[in-house]
Design a protein around this ligand. Structure first.
Ligand SMILES: Cc1ncc(COP(=O)(O)O)c(C=O)c1O
Length: 386
């Protein structure tokens, strides 16, 4: 729920009863929902969205395809989304360095739903999942929502994965699902194929378990996709999204590539007709414009690199980034980063406090948005150094 609607929503309901007074599941008591602030400020660089609106020819094509779909809305959509999965497979084959067929691909409403379906199938009550933190907070939240126990695995000081410690954690806990995010959110760090190979081996020796490589930001990376690792690894999944590189966060379309048996397995938990005909039509239209959309990725990579250079010139530390965002610091612990977040917001720029003490994250926006951000942090630095 957005902050704007919070108050009116509270006014509409009886405040004497709270969530914890309801007979909800024990493990949900006292927890908070995912909640990146949605504030109405001029420069919004906090949720790693693509700042460029879809180009007009694509908007027109979406209108055409959706109109076509609308004529058939009296019927349920294609439950297996075959045309869409075929086009996604074609995209992955063309860009991922590995042949992917329709049967290797599954799609859902955002990669969050893909991850949820994976945890419903391979996690669940009595089972556990591990991620190496700080990482994408929804991995732990979706684990909790599906009744899967969460294990917080270690990272090095520089936010790279400590492979030896990660192998040891996998051996000690024998988790059912292992998450590897590459490039990682919020740090931006990409993971080498050798690391995933070792973690996969450790996970198979310990259980065997499902290894999920979350490649939400891979199109922004200098490193190639880890898709070729699917060869000979039936317990490996690569998850992707159209929310970032395709500039279509509002569409809600995520997908995975894996052995066809994994695709068959998630059918056991997916809701029938989960992907509306409108969503499928819109995603297909966007895929027709892949080359134009990926053109924006090149601009965003250049802006990301500019942010890194300028932030360092101002005097901030920056984590190496392979994504469309940059983690910068350091501030004085959790309080220092939150105070800095507030000071930047006071200047009309919304960045993200991911709860990593001493660090904040900024999404690469348009050149103008990035200039506004850089002006804000330049002033902040002067204040801090004064
Ligand atoms: C690492 C990572 N994975 C997955 C997602 C979810 O993306 P979506 O559900 O929009 O596909 C995000 C969104 O920020 C992310 O950062």
């Amino acid at each position: 729920m957005s902050d704007q609607s919070d108050q009116s929503d509270r006014n509409d309901r009886n405040d004497t009863i709270g969530i914890d007074d309801l007979p909800i599941r024990e493990e949900l008591k006292g927890q908070s929902p995912y909640g990146a602030p949605q504030l109405d400020v001029p420069v919004q660089l906090n949720t790693n969205e693509n700042p460029y609106p879809l180009p007009e020819p694509l908007v027109a094509r979406i209108a055409e395809r959706v109109a076509e779909a609308a004529r058939g809305l009296n019927r349920y959509p294609d439950r297996d989304a075959v045309e869409l999965r075929t086009e996604l497979a074609r995209y992955l084959t063309r860009t991922g360095g590995h042949p992917v067929a329709t049967g290797n691909v599954w799609a859902a409403n955002g990669s969050n739903e893909v991850l949820q379906q994976l945890l419903q199938t391979f996690g669940g009550p009595g089972r556990t999942a591990i991620g190496f933190e700080p990482s994408y907070s929804m991995h732990a939240l979706i684990a909790r929502g599906t009744g899967t126990g969460w294990i917080s695995g270690p990272r090095n000081e520089d936010f790279t994965i400590d492979v030896g410690a990660a192998e040891a954690a996998i051996a000690a806990h024998a988790p059912d699902v292992v998450f590897v995010t590459s490039p990682n959110n919020p740090t931006g760090t990409a993971v080498g194929a050798d690391v995933v190979e070792r973690l996969y081996e450790a996970a198979q020796a310990a259980k065997p378990s499902l290894v999920v490589v979350d490649e939400a930001y891979v199109e922004f990376s200098h490193r190639p996709s880890l898709l070729p690792l699917l060869e000979g690894r039936p317990h490996l999944v690569v998850s992707r999204t159209m929310s970032k590189a395709f500039g279509a966060a509002g569409l809600r379309l995520g997908y995975l590539a894996a052995h066809p048996a994994v695709v068959d397995a998630v059918q056991l938990v997916r809701l029938p007709y989960h992907l509306s005909a409108v969503t499928q039509a819109t995603a297909l239209a966007a895929l027709e414009h892949t080359d134009t959309l990926l053109g924006y990725v090149e601009q965003l990579k250049a802006e990301r690199d500019r942010l890194v250079t300028e932030l360092r010139a101002i005097g901030y530390e920056v984590t190496e980034s392979d994504a469309n965002f940059v983690q910068f610091g350091r501030f004085d612990g959790a309080e220092g980063s939150h105070a800095a977040w507030r000071r930047i917001l006071d200047r009309g720029v919304l960045v993200r406090d991911n709860g990593v003490p001493g660090w904040l994250r900024v999404t690469a926006g348009t050149p103008e948005e990035n200039d506004a951000f850089l002006d804000a942090v330049r002033e902040l630095k002067k204040e801090q150094d004064a």
